[in-house]
Design a protein around this ligand. Structure first.
Ligand SMILES: [Zn+2]
Length: 372
């Protein structure tokens, strides 16, 4: 293993060692990343998340090549480890695999683009967008888009989101709108007369949501054949907050997630849900995630990444920070590792893929530097 590869592995191992699950503070891993980015101009965006936890996003840039160029995006947070047979925070190399929580999603890819960016010639402008809370609210990327002066000043030509795509160009993905519908009754012993079951108000709303769910599956106009499955899913979850049959239900919540791609206008779905909630006296909260990112199959950047990787571009069902960053620049997803390992026990990344990605990232940053 050469010096550069050792450096890459050291960085990936160090990142895995930090507990940066979305629910805890990421300040320590942000401090560490900042210390690794010597020679970069760094903008640090500190904030407190909705649960009162201290969080930080980082924006870094280097190179004297002027505006534009390539930006790499990565998230510092991970999902919680579930079902692991190893210590999720103790990175381990076995054969050609690096095991650890976030090795693929996405501490390994972050280590790869930092390694690539550090060694670029001075005349190649490069930018790093390091977010948090990607796995939950996208709050880290939202703060970058809303507040970063460095991002506005640099105005990158392309933001490459380094999610684990097996070094295949993902040119678009779905985003979601979440709906939280709620009805309140009066909780009581169900043998007594004064209770009022909250489900009675929710059930007519649910009947409408069932019809909407089925309509989305059959109506061609609201489908996008580029995606698998072609229909937009409306996932419906119903919660009675632990009520048993001898309890009159005091509160009923229906939590729904509607996923759609760029070709689909979600407005009629939102209107249908709002109309039904209003008609049945259901309180409703609507939480849109952001923009559905997608570049056309024949877009020049898509073609460029296809040539570089030797593989055809595709679209994907999973989400990423591109739902936020596509508001400011074109976004593509391209990273080592596989989504098949992400969010799985004993997550790993291939060391070969990790090393390959460093040279691909370097080539790509250099091409974008000479684009104008
Ligand atoms: Zn990810």
């Amino acid at each position: 293993m050469g010096e550069a590869s050792k450096d890459l592995l050291r960085l990936a191992r160090n990142l895995i060692a930090f507990d940066s699950r979305s629910a805890v503070s990421n300040r320590e891993i942000a401090d560490f990343l900042q210390s690794e980015l010597i020679g970069f101009e760094i903008e640090r965006l500190d904030f407190t998340d909705a649960a009162g936890v201290a969080k930080s996003s980082l924006v870094a840039r280097r190179g004297k090549g002027g505006q534009g160029g390539l930006a790499f995006s990565g998230h510092m947070d991970t999902v919680p480890p579930a079902g692991w047979n190893r210590d999720p925070f103790a990175a381990r190399v076995e054969g050609e695999r690096l095991y650890g929580l976030g090795s693929a999603d996405m501490k390994g890819p972050i280590a790869a683009f930092i390694t690539a960016a550090r060694d670029l010639p001075e005349d190649v402008p490069v930018m790093l967008l390091l977010s948090c809370d990607e796995e939950t609210t996208k709050a880290g990327a939202r703060h970058i888009v809303a507040e970063s002066h460095v991002l506005k000043a640099q105005n990158p030509d392309l933001i490459l989101v380094a999610e684990p795509t097996e070094l295949t160009c993902v040119r678009g993905h779905r985003v979601d709108i979440q709906f939280i519908a709620e009805t309140v009754g009066i909780q009581a012993h169900s043998s007594l007369p004064h209770g009022r079951n909250a489900n009675l108000d929710l059930i007519p709303f649910l009947a409408d949501m069932r019809a909407l769910h089925l309509k989305l599956r059959t109506e061609r106009a609201s489908q996008d054949v580029a995606y698998t499955p072609p229909w937009c899913d409306l996932s419906i979850v119903v919660n009675n907050h632990g009520a048993a049959p001898n309890i009159t239900v005091g509160k009923a919540t229906c939590h729904m997630k509607f996923r759609y791609s760029k070709a689909i206008d979600p407005a009629w779905v939102v209107e249908a849900v709002e109309r039904s909630a209003k008609a049945h006296g259901v309180t409703l909260e609507v939480r849109p995630e952001g923009h559905a990112p997608e570049l056309a199959a024949d877009h020049i950047y898509v073609r460029e990444l296809e040539k570089l990787s030797g593989k055809p571009a595709r679209v994907a069902g999973f989400g990423s920070d591109a739902s936020q960053f596509s508001a400011v620049a074109p976004c593509l997803l391209f990273g080592p590792g596989s989504m098949a390992q992400a969010h799985q026990p004993d997550e790993f990344i291939s060391l070969f893929a990790l090393q390959d990605s460093v040279s691909l990232y370097r080539q790509l940053a250099s091409r974008f530097a000479t684009r104008k």
